[in-house]
Design a protein around this ligand. Sequence first.
Ligand code: DGL
Length: 268
Amino acid sequence: MNTLVQKNKKNLPIGFCDSGVGGLSVFAKFRNIMPNEDTIYYGDLKNNPYGSKSKDEIIGYLRNTLNFFLDKNVKAVVLACNTTSSVAYEYVKDEYPFIIYPIIQSSAKILANLGFNKLGIFATKATIQSGVYESEIKKYNNNIEIYTKACPGWVEIVENQTFSKPESIELVKNYLDELLKYKPDKIILGCTHYPFLTNLITKFTDKSMLIDPADYFAEFIKQDLIDKNLNNSSEKTGKEEFYVSANPEQFKVSGELFYKIKDNPVLI
Ligand code: DGL
C-alpha cells in the first residue's frame, strides 16, 4: 500500500455495533484508551434482543449493520456483541473490505490464560447454544472446565432500565445461583449488556468474581490497529456519532450508565 493510501486509511472511523446499549460497555473502554479515533456506534434497537432470535435472523441483522458501515467507509468494525460474534461472524467475515473484530474470538486467548481452571459464563441463549465460547477458550487451554448459563430476560432489564423491580432482582439471583452451584473461580459476563447489571449481580456475589471481556477486547483492538499501522495518529480527540434503528431517546437514557452521549442518536 502506498504511504498516502495508508495515511488516509489510518484516519477513517471505526464502527461499533450491538443490538442496543450493551456495546457501549466496550465503546467506553475503547474511547478511554484510543481517544483520537473517530468512532461510529450503531445500536439495532428495532431487533433487540438478538439473543432469542434464530441464526438466520442474527446473520441478517449483522449483514445490514455491516452494509451500513460500508457506506460510512470505516477502516474496522468492532462486534461489541457476543451474540453476533458467536452466531454470525463466521458467515460474513470475508464479505467486507474492512477489519471485523468479534469480541469472543478476539478475547479468548487472554481469557484462557488468566490462570483460572473453572470458568462460568453468562450469555444470551443464542451465544450459549452456539458453543463458541467453550470452543474458542479451549483452543488455547484445553484444561479449563467451563460452565455456562443462558440468561433470557437480562438484556431487557438493561434496555428498559428495570433494575429495581423485584422480578429483575429475582431473575438475576436465580441465574447466578444456578451458575454458582458449580463453584467457578470466575464468571465471564459473555454479553455486553451484562456489565450494566454489575450492581445487581454484586448484591449476591463479590465483584471480584466477575470478568468483563471488554477490558481485554479494547486492548486487543488497540494493539492490532497499531501492529497494522492503522491507528489514527492525529492529536485531536476523535469524533463520535451514534445511530439507532429505533427508540433514540431510550438509547440515550439507558446508555447513560456507561457513556455520556452528547448529541441525540440519529434514527435510521
Ligand atoms: N449485547 C449483545 C451480546 O453481547 C446482544 C444481546 C441481545 O440483544 O440479546 O450478546
